[in-house]
Ligand binder design. Structure first.
Ligand code: CA
Ligand code: ZN
Length: 297
């Protein structure tokens, strides 16, 4: 196993990012990540004391990781083996930010002790399901800031990108140039209040390449369910993209008439919301567990 410290971070996914680490296929990498505020957001009377640095909500993503043997047209397979959280997470609400901002009367920043897989909000116990907010490769052209999700991955804020999941990302550049960060100790679909329970963390992943097989958007496998994940300016557009990509995914793998596949999708696929607070909104289509026993990426 190799280790990559949070001192190597990017604020945009780009083919111009230098490789902070080069790994052979199959390598297990432990990646230390800052939270989305660069670990600089502190509540009043925060038990951790003063922030070690100023707030910088740049969504730093640790990377870039160059995976040897990943070529344009391939798929990068990221198996999320574990996500180890810091002892504290932070979140905030504000009348200025988020889907619920019109209902928020005052800004609140709060630190949460994370212990035994739980956090507590005014006595309400919340079980933690840690997840990765930002994970992506260099996009086909130009750069994408780490705030914005798109076909390269990025700030997808999809709560099933968690330990035990496998993420498949289309490779556009040599080495793929993978970066990740923005771990949430917990988040609900939508991320309505503008953030999750933001937390520095250590993410352990295994990286490998599937040569010559590529979907156009990120595909996630978690708990036997395949998800196509897409982002656009509106949820409706994002949902359309995710549905169209699920249809393409199925066409390549299931010997059925394409119109019948749409019938099938109408019966056993779920259109779900990942997040509604980033510069582009993210929807996903889930193919229900157990419909095709041997379906593989
Ligand atoms: Ca995020
Ligand atoms: Zn976040």
């Amino acid at each position: 196993m190799v280790y990559l410290s949070e001192d190597h971070f990017v604020t945009a996914h780009s083919s111009a990012n230098p490789a902070a680490l080069r790994v052979p296929q199959g390598e297990v990498v432990k990646v230390k990540t800052k939270d989305c505020y660069s670990n600089g957001l502190r509540a009043e009377n925060d038990p951790r004391g003063e922030a070690p640095c100023p707030v910088n909500a740049c969504n730093p993503a640790t990377g870039a990781i160059f995976v040897e043997g990943a070529h344009p047209g391939d798929t990068l397979r990221v198996e999320v083996l574990s996500i180890d959280l810091d002892d504290y997470g932070t979140m905030r609400v504000s009348p200025k930010f988020g889907f619920m901002k019109h209902k928020v009367t005052r800004p609140i920043t709060r630190a949460f002790r994370l212990k035994d897989g739980k956090a507590s909000l005014s006595g309400v116990e919340i079980p933690l399901e840690p997840m990765i907010g930002v994970i992506g490769v260099a996009p086909e052209t130009g750069e994408m800031d780490t705030e914005t999700p798109h076909q390269h991955g990025g700030n997808m804020d999809t709560r099933f990108i968690r330990a035990g999941s496998t993420l498949y990302l289309p490779v556009h550049h040599e080495g793929a140039l993978l970066s990740m960060g923005d771990v949430h100790a917990q988040m609900g679909d939508g991320e309505m209040g503008v953030c999750g329970l933001e937390c520095p963390a250590e993410i352990t992943v295994r990286l490998s390449v599937i040569p010559g097989r590529k979907e156009e958007c990120p595909v996630l496998l978690y708990d036997g369910v395949f998800y196509t994940i897409c982002s656009a300016e509106t949820l409706e557009q994002a949902g359309h993209l995710a549905a169209d990509n699920m249809l393409e995914f199925l066409k390549k793998r299931v010997d059925m008439d394409p119109d019948e596949l749409v019938m099938l999708m109408s019966l056993v696929c779920d259109l779900e919301v990942s997040q509604v607070v980033d510069p582009l909104l993210t929807a996903r289509v889930a193919l229900r567990k157990g419909i095709f026993k041997d379906l593989a990426f």
